[in-house]
Write a protein that binds this ligand. Structure first.
Ligand code: KG4
Ligand code: ZN
Length: 340
């Protein structure tokens, strides 16, 4: 029998300092996530310089805690994985330099991981039976993709946002509604109190009628215009109704394009991942559509939806067993694309 492969993974691409030990790409032995949200909240968004500094301050403790929780020592680690993009350059560099230091000290290979690929792999930790090929819907604060996941490291992008990411639109609309950052979870919560059919926010149409791409900035602008006009006319608006109507529009858009992609590719397995996959309305609606069509739907537990290092450990494992490693000249790549 093959020896187990233990990956120590680090994620610092945005405002979470995270470390995890992952066994054989599928089992999270520990997962420590130190969120900086409380600090960034007062600025209404992530402040890059503050994020970098806070990663520096917390990474040592986060890594030590992850090792302790896994009951392993550095000598049991076989591979060090780290997010090298996309993300905030200063934040990424903290994780990369720390990972390099560990890999060098313990004389084990280093692997740079694409953050988007990390999100895709988050479902491998929860669903031991999930194997490619399948259709992936990646929805986070920075990314929105419909992807044909052909194999563990091979992808085809079928649709993507042409402007704001889904989570970004959630956060921006939440801000104009007066909800605190990050607004996605707040819209999720407050929409439950509103009327989703209060107003129809229409989606943009692309000149190519077959496109599976998205445009969320149009929906966001429609919300802002609606609020502006209401204020000018002195009409008092119930923010819960607006939140629910906005959410309905975004979620129907995501689901319609995803189901269309599944039909075209004849893939009847769908994996929903990324921060917005925590959204209860999206989960429920997609679950119902998949049930009607007899498709299988996979989504992560809530702790694995938003940024975490366990997903990076899984992605690092699959990269490594497919022959990839990184050199010690690995650098941050803030605009890294998914390697298709
Ligand atoms: O994956 P993630 O942690 O970071 C990126 O890679 O971007 O995603 C963060 C995004 C934020 O925009 C946040 O508002 C959104 O995920 N989010 C949600 C929910 N939980 C997090 N959006 C809608 N509903 C939620 N429950
Ligand atoms: Zn993310």
């Amino acid at each position: 029998m093959c020896k187990d492969l233990n990956v120590l993974a680090i994620e610092t691409s945005c405002d979470e300092t995270s470390c995890s030990v992952v066994k054989n790409g599928r089992e999270s032995l520990s997962s420590i996530v130190y969120s900086q949200i409380k600090t960034h909240e007062k600025f209404g968004g992530v402040v890059p310089e503050v994020a970098s500094r806070m990663h520096v301050e917390s990474i040592y403790v986060v890594v030590q805690k992850a090792l302790l929780e896994s009951s392993l020592n550095f000598s049991d680690i076989d591979l060090v994985a780290v997010t090298y993009g996309p993300g905030l350059v200063g934040a990424l560099l903290v994780g990369i330099q720390y990972a390099k230091g560990i890999a060098f000290a313990i004389k084990k290979p280093l692997i740079g991981v694409n953050h988007i690929e990390g999100h895709i792999c988050s479902n491998y930790i929860v669903h031991k039976d999930l194997e490619p090929p399948y259709l992936g819907l990646v929805v986070s604060g920075g990314h929105t993709f419909i992807i044909h996941v052909k194999d563990y490291t091979s992808y085809e992008i079928l649709g993507e946002t042409k402007d704001d990411a889904a989570g970004e639109a959630y956060d921006k609309v939440a801000r104009v509604l007066g909800y605190e950052y990050p607004g996605g979870p707040k819209i999720d919560e407050f929409s439950k109190l509103g009327n989703e059919n209060f107003i129809k926010f229409t989606r943009a149409k692309f000149s190519n009628g077959n496109s599976l791409d998205f445009s969320f900035s149009g929906i966001k602008s429609a919300v802002i215009n609606y609020l502006h006009n209401s204020t000018q006319k002195g009409i008092e608006v119930n923010s819960y109704d607006v939140a629910a109507s906005f959410q309905k529009s975004v979620v129907e858009y995501l689901i319609d394009n995803t189901i269309e992609a599944a039909k075209r590719t004849k893939l009847n397995k769908i994996s929903l991942v990324g921060g917005v996959s925590a959204n209860s309305y999206l989960r429920e609606k997609l679950k119902n559509r998949c049930k009607d069509l007899n498709y299988e739907l996979y989504y992560p537990t809530l702790d694995l939806c938003t940024d975490n290092a366990a997903m990076i450990g899984s992605a690092g494992y699959y990269r490594f067993i497919n022959g990839y490693t990184s050199n010690f000249d690995l650098n941050a790549s803030p605009n890294l694309k998914l390697n298709v």
